[in-house]
Design a protein around this ligand. Structure first.
Ligand SMILES: Nc1nc2c(ncn2[C@@H]2O[C@H](COP(=O)(O)OP(=O)(O)OP(=O)(O)O)[C@@H](O)[C@H]2O)c(=O)[nH]1
Ligand SMILES: [Mg+2]
Length: 684
């Protein structure tokens, strides 16, 4: 197999909203470069990147897929990422593996929510950006208006590097080409705008340019890369993945203009822990110590656990011994793979800029750093921020005895996906899986069934209500038991008071003169915690209150731990009776994407659910994003509701905002439910 030096490598992540054509574009690029003989389609499930059975079923990419394109003496490692909001975690992860993010925009629907999000994510991570306007063959599109919208939204540094010609059948280059015919704007103008923008980052070149009025394209290479690195230039290309327009030109942009690993922004690493961590940037030098970052973990049904990594420094060969993070024991690479969708090719070495994979190394986890020297312990990459999943579904095994297999499957799925979580609620005894949305959680369930052959029953999870108090109160209890031999004695006086929302629980010991001996104070606190866990009125854990123990009595013989646990518990219950306890509920931030025509119905619906609209945004013509604060308890079953209101066009995601008191009516209902369930338990 041909070898490519670091300078001959390119790394690109295709990001952007769902259905903008990223997977189809990857197919067209692979075909044009001669890497595949025929182009597959998403609809037929025959593409290199959407190879997973679930992707074929959903007609959406669910995970990032990695291919390589060898073309004109270079190798481009290309990552096709999902654009559906539920699977955005995969796209965020891919940004750490590349020099360039290519933001794909659907010419038909324009700038959409994920277009915007991924563009700002890429900028935040110092990744060079280009914009690819795809589907230029489609009917009813207005490219000049879209170009203006791109500049209005993302800045004047977004400049066309080629332009559609012959009614979108081909594109004409505007960087190396100073003139030519195009469908709109003018090649000459676009060329000049690019040169003007590029020379701005190089003063010496600028004065030559001002003097002569032109500079040779070769002289522009270094400043072009600098402009990309600084975000001073965001080139815009046009393509049709369907009729092939602009595909060769996009490959040429990869080869001639996109940064190789020595020209991009080297990623930020931290050495050390906490405040003492020092920042440094890796050097794309094959002779240095190895630093590689695992940005994707996947459990492949055929090869087992696959750790996919990007080499940032040093050379990884089959014989390299690699440490995983701070692990003491290295593993020998043995087999090193280059990925092409679902296929793997064995390779001998991976250089800085290469994306490769190792199989069956249990210690490898998402986001770990692989290195070849103990000096490199405690190294992390700048942490990525992922959205907090709140969309929940409670699960239980369909078959008894499946618990262990379910837990194993969930562990593997959690390891693959930073936006998927499983919580065990100690008070409700529920296992709740949480993801970013309905499709996300459903895809996990289907994967459990098809890949791991375990099935679970699901139901809406119990809402994680909490309790607190709203008034100050005093409590007192004396615990005394005399049964023949040694007795039990303990007496406690305490005070409770509300704290601000989110302040948790505070325990204060103000006992003076040893009236409760020091060694029994923890027993008093233990008694209080017994009540905290089960609540005062409706069976939910309590928060946001302070308990101060200030007086009591003991007995030299009969005082013991158990007596003070009991006295603490009873005194606390006594105080709670008078402290006007209430139930709190979680409020979530929701983002709903829906067709403009359904906006009125949706905002009305949200208001009817005790929700509050905090903003509406229209990124793409015809589509709006509605943000709001809504009680989580009102959103059970919302996926189906939204589906019916929008005819399946809407989607939503949510994350926790804060806790608030429930309305009195709901409180009364929760208290009754709790009393009934307790009554039943006692009967049993
Ligand atoms: N007319 C036209 N249709 C296209 C073009 N590119 C892709 N499509 C179609 O658009 C739809 C979505 O294409 P995908 O490649 O799955 O889009 P994607 O960006 O990968 O979508 P996600 O994986 O969900 O993020 C498919 O029906 C494609 O056939 C294009 O250039 N022109
Ligand atoms: Mg796709």
């Amino acid at each position: 197999m041909a070898k490519f030096s670091t300078e001959a490598l390119r790394t690109v992540a295709l990001v952007g909203h769902g259905a903008s054509g990223k997977t189809t574009l990857t197919e067209a690029l692979l075909h044009k470069a001669g890497m595949i003989q025929t182009t597959g389609t998403v609809e037929r499930g025959s593409t290199a990147c959407d190879f997973d059975p679930l992707e074929k079923q959903y007609l959406h990419s669910l995970r990032s897929a990695i291919v390589h394109i060898d073309y004109a003496g270079t190798r481009t490692h290309l990552i096709d990422t999902p654009g559906y909001p539920d699977f955005i975690g995969q796209a965020i992860g891919a940004l750490d593996a590349v020099e360039t993010a290519a933001v794909v925009i659907n010419a038909q629907s324009g700038i959409e929510m994920i277009t915007q999000r991924m563009t700002s994510w890429a900028a935040k991570r110092d990744v060079c950006r280009i914009i690819v306007v795809n589907k230029i063959d489609a009917e009813n599109i207005n490219l000049p208006a879209l170009m203006k919208a791109i500049q209005d939204t993302f800045g004047k540094e977004c400049l066309p590097i080629n332009l559609p010609a012959e009614g979108g059948k081909r594109v004409v280059d505007c960087f190396f080409n100073p003139a030519g015919a195009s469908d709109f704007s003018s090649v000459e103008q676009a060329h000049r705008a690019l040169v003007d923008q590029v020379v701005e980052v190089d003063e010496a070149l600028m004065s030559i340019y001002l003097e002569k009025g032109e500079v040779a394209p070769e002289e522009l290479h270094a400043p072009f890369e600098k402009a990309l690195r600084e975000g001073h230039l965001v080139p815009v290309c046009f393509t049709s993945a369907r009729n092939g327009a602009g595909i060769k030109e996009l490959l040429d942009v990869f080869v001639k203009l996109l940064p190789n690993p020595t020209e991009g922004n080297a990623p930020l690493f931290y050495k050390g822990e906490g405040d003492k961590a020092a920042e440094f940037r890796s050097a794309p030098d094959p002779g240095k110590h190895v630093l590689a970052h695992v940005f994707k973990v996947v459990n492949d049904p055929y090869v087992g656990k696959l750790g996919v990594f990007r080499v940032h420094q040093g050379t990884v060969t089959k014989d390299t011994q690699l440490y995983v993070g701070d692990g003491r024991k290295p593993f020998k690479v043995g087999h090193l793979f280059l990925l092409q969708g679902k296929d793997h090719v064995e390779i001998n070495e991976a250089l800085p800029g290469d994306i490769a994979a190792v199989a069956k190394v249990d210690e490898i986890e998402f986001d770990c750093v692989l290195h070849d020297s103990h000096d490199e312990d405690h190294i992390h990459m700048r942490p990525l921020e992922f959205p907090t999943p709140m969309y929940g579904l409670a699960i239980e095994p369909k078959k008894r005895g499946d618990e262990q297999r379910i837990s194993d499957a969930l562990h593997k799925l959690i390891a693959e996906d930073p936006t998927f979580r499983v919580d065990h609620d100690a008070t409700t005894h529920e296992t709740v899986m949480r993801g970013l949305g309905d499709l996300h959680v459903r895809s996990v369930l289907e994967r459990m069934a098809t890949q791991y052959k375990v099935e679970v029953n699901t139901r809406p999870p119990r809402i994680p209500f909490r309790e607190t108090i709203t008034a100050k109160a005093e409590g007192h209890a004396r615990h005394k038991k005399q049964t023949g031999g040694a007795g039990q004695f303990g007496e406690v006086y305490l005070r409770v008071e509300p704290l601000a929302r989110g302040d948790g629980f505070e325990f204060v010991d103000e006992v003076r003169g040893g009236v409760i001996p020091n060694q029994f104070i923890p027993a008093v606190e233990k008694g209080i915690h017994l009540v905290l866990a089960t609540g005062a009125v409706a069976g939910y854990p309590m928060q946001d209150l302070r308990v101060t123990v200030y007086d009591g009595k003991h007995h030299p013989v009969d005082s013991k731990e158990v007596a003070f646990v009991a006295a603490g518990r009873k005194a606390f219950l006594d105080a709670l009776d008078k402290a006007r306890p209430i139930v709190l509920e979680p409020i979530v931030n929701v983002e709903i994407i829906c067709p403009e025509a359904t906006m009125g119905d949706i905002t009305g619906d949200i208001s009817g659910k005790r929700g509050q609209i905090t903003g509406t945004n229209s990124f793409a013509p015809g589509t709006v994003t509605i943000s709001g604060l809504v009680p989580l308890s009102e959103l059970n079953g919302y996926a189906n509701r939204l589906k019916s209101v929008t005819g399946g066009q809407g989607s939503y995601s949510m994350e926790l905002s804060h806790y608030e008191a429930v309305p009195p009516q709901l409180q009364a209902q929760l208290v009754t439910e709790y009393k009934t369930s307790r009554g039943q338990q006692e009967e049993e």
